[in-house]
Design a protein around this ligand. Sequence first.
Ligand code: GLN
Length: 309
Amino acid sequence: MTSNKVEYQKILSQIQNEFSDTPLSGKVASYIPELAKVPSNKFGMHLYDLDGESHCFGDSNERFSIQSISKVFTLSLAMKMVGDKLWNRVGVEPSGDPFNSLSQLENDSGIPRNPFINAGALVIADVLVSAFSNPKAALLAFLHEITDDSSIDFDETVAASEQAEGYRNYAMVNYLKSFGNIENDVEEVLDFYFHQCALSMSCKELSQAFIIFANHGKILGSDREFLTGQQVKRINALMQTCGFYDEAGEFSFEVGLPGKSGVGGGIVAINPYYYAVSVWSPPLNPKGNSALGMAALERLTTLTGFSIF
Ligand code: GLN
């Protein structure tokens, strides 16, 4: 990049100041009981640029439950393992429905609209359970490699908490199996899914992991290709069109970057060839996306003056 590089740290500090007195709107997720225990005032942001520089504020180093953000990692692994055959089992269209909706599956004969709604992520989980003898270890190994941090792990308490109350996901996977779109034992698929959602990572670690989606599938300073250019192009397109469920249009409209949210209050977005950015604020808006996180990212693309559009 050139000497007139955007002053990301200045912009992040401005965002922190702008929101420091704003009353929090939204509600911390409580349908996974363990998530309800997280203080609602946590707020952190971390931007990792393609020069390898980090810019951050607040609770950006604290780990939290990444929940549906994990769906980007599992999709990446599944694309590497089975290639285009994947698209026989899951679609690539925005659903316009909530993340945990069951209703479209009936009309779509058990083929989920996309890999980022729960139904699609459960099919991807099934693909990984078939592809690896130890899918949880394979997922951790992938994350350890792309972040160069082998301490990233599942939070077993969060996984158990979701399993104990995960009635909709149990219904979903059984429904998918009735259409023949789940190969493995439903308990095994759900165990993997609840664990992927219970991955614990900080904004800093998420930005480092997501840099591969901003950098042709490579980590910075290495020629090793974790994903091909074509795979990255497709994953980014899916994040753009489906990363925020029935709020994907609104996120494009407000922020204008491919991204993915989770009910733990995290959002990761990338600006291809420039940066990966993560934000964490637990209270969610009615669509299940971090309210303050979205507002902070809107300010980022406004203050920097560029999004993908
Ligand atoms: N584990 C959560 C669920 O299945 C993930 C949802 C989300 O983050 N949007 O309901």
